[in-house]
Write a protein that binds this ligand. Sequence first.
Ligand code: 3H9
Length: 704
Amino acid sequence: MSNLVTLQAHSSIGVLRIASPPVNALSRGVVQGIREAVDQFEADRSLQALVVHADGRTFVAGGDISEFSKPDFEAKTYNATLGRIENLDRPVVAALHGTVLGGGLELAMACHYRIAVRDTRLGLPEVLLGLLPGSLGTQRLPRLVGVRLALDMMLSGKPITAAKALECGLVDAVLEPMDNDALLAAAVAHAQALVKQGKGPRRTRERMPSMEGVAPDFFAKALEEAETKKAAYPAPRRIVRCVQAAATLPFEKGEAVEAELFEECRASPQSVAMRHLFFAERAAGKIPGVPSDFTPRAIRKVGVLGAGTMGGGIAMNFANAGIPVTIVETAADALERGLGIVRKNYEASAAKGKLRPEDPAKRMALLTGSLDVAELADCDLVIEAVFENMDIKKQVAKRLGEVCKPGAIIATNTSTLDVNVLADASGRAGEFIGMHFFSPANVMRLLEIVRGDRTDPQVLGTVVRLARTIGKVPVVSGVCYGFIGNRMLEPYLRESEFLMMEGASPAQIDRAIQSLGLPMGPCRMLDLAGLDVAAKVVVERGKAGGLPDDPSYRAVVQKMMELGRFGQKTGAGYYRYEGRTPVPDPEVERICAALAEQYGIARRSEISDQEIIERCVYPLINEGAKILEEGIAYRPGDIDLVWVNGYGFPDFRGGPMHMADTIGLDKIADRLDHYAAERGNRDGYWSRATLLGEMIASGRKFAD
Ligand code: 3H9
């Protein structure tokens, strides 16, 4: 028998024990082990019941996602094994702890009885991977908890608590938190009690799903919603069809429906992309030079310098995680205003039911305002979020270097400036790091962590770990202008502006980009962020000598600033605004035409959507390849995480580098060459990244 699964007798009860760290995922080996253990149990008539139990920190957390892309993958073998467990003629009890997810919950539902410790979470999160529960979860869950809740759980992918599972009939008993040995003993005792009471198997598939609260048009409505709101995703509409099958067809027929639709999801490029992101997120925590067993510094108190929108949002992240924060401002009214906005934010969340009524007060109690930088002296981490200007940030870094206690980590929230220069200014380069939050900082999941040339690995590891504690997706970047995200944004914005001067309207550009699945194209995005802010970044970069020698470069945004068209906040930018609704504005066309004339740019009456996509997105990918070749990003997946979590790149495309693989690197390189020839390769705008050429020559993809 495989050593991943064993069968042992505990007096008259058989214990099937799964031990496949870290999360007991159902790999081929585990499934084979379960099958063999079932064979053994079937043969041993001295055993009166079976307990299914998993070792380590969790019960089975799902099918092994890394096996889903293998050409010979099939769910059939696993499903048949679950069927054999359900068919056993003696009671089977699942002992649940940790995160009982996906294939793990499907295993539990094939057992006849389920008990769980109180902090267990149970769910079917397959939808988040572009999948549906493919091991009869769509058929068994409705039979246990009713059609309504089952569909809800599968469409949201959110797990439920053990208490909720007890209430809805998914588990039979909830036990107070206990260690795994105690859980096993409790499960054996539960099985013995069942035997004593003469209780036999209780097969989920023989039950009828509860239709409580299910109106006659329930499935039609659910399908319509999935097809409109989640049209780009393969799983939601198929989940609805599977649950409908569970509600209306015999189990075996529903099983066939699920098998067919699961396979369609698994093979879809969207699911492949989402699975790629799952592993990218885990890989991003593995940082070269930071040993996996490093000891993180304790972060018990955080300081934030600056109570503006960014500073307030940053502080909320820590308060949300129960970490006290001192916020420092230079003037009392600015401090009061900043804290007031944070309070309103919390109160609005509580009013929407996203927080408990008592939470706003509790979280505000963790925030202390101050006008004195010296009060940051007892903080373990201080993040400056002052105005984006090198001179100001250097002064702030120097002051923090003087004020912070020895061992404290000093971070800058700069989005573009040279972290090494600021680290030097602090006088404590080893403890200095970039923490680039994305606005709104309390909402956006991405945290770009900028590793200075001299950042201590322990400091880096601590900040990455802390980022996860506050619910962020951390991605480490080296030092360069704009780091990973904003550096790649630059050619994207550059081309959108050239396209505007050549005759494409902001609405056409946005429409073309949004057709890829981004929620906003570049023009709406900048109107929202503020064209004044965007233009200042260009101006500052020009002052630092970082702009190409091309007077037409980013000329549109600078003109907009000059004209006071700051975007949504002034009612006009690339669009005119009626409330928050963008309306195409002929004035913008006139401005762009005038700029085109000024810079000798030819106007065209027809620019295709395909050209817009190629000119905005392919140079962005090319920049990503340069970032990799320079070692600024460690992995293509890190870049994908930045774009999906910080810039709204659709997860079902897996990020720009994953998308590049699906388009074909040779095709992208050909189009770069085409535009270089057609448009002139001014300042090397269209030059292929060396890495791109090397990869094409050796037939590699970013996924390799
Ligand atoms: C499914 O079940 C389909 C079925 O319906 C049909 C089947 C036929 N597979 O996240 P962590 C690895 S779909 C493979 O850092 P945490 C992960 O890569 C699946 N590997 O820990 C990492 O590896 P490494 C439905 C997996 O404590 C290590 O475990 N289930 C899987 O922060 C630790 O992970 C899900 O979608 C897996 N299923 O969080 C659950 N899960 O150390 C997905 C984890 O090499 N998993 N790994 O980087 C999770 O949500 C979290 O991992 C979990 C633990 C909450 C379990």
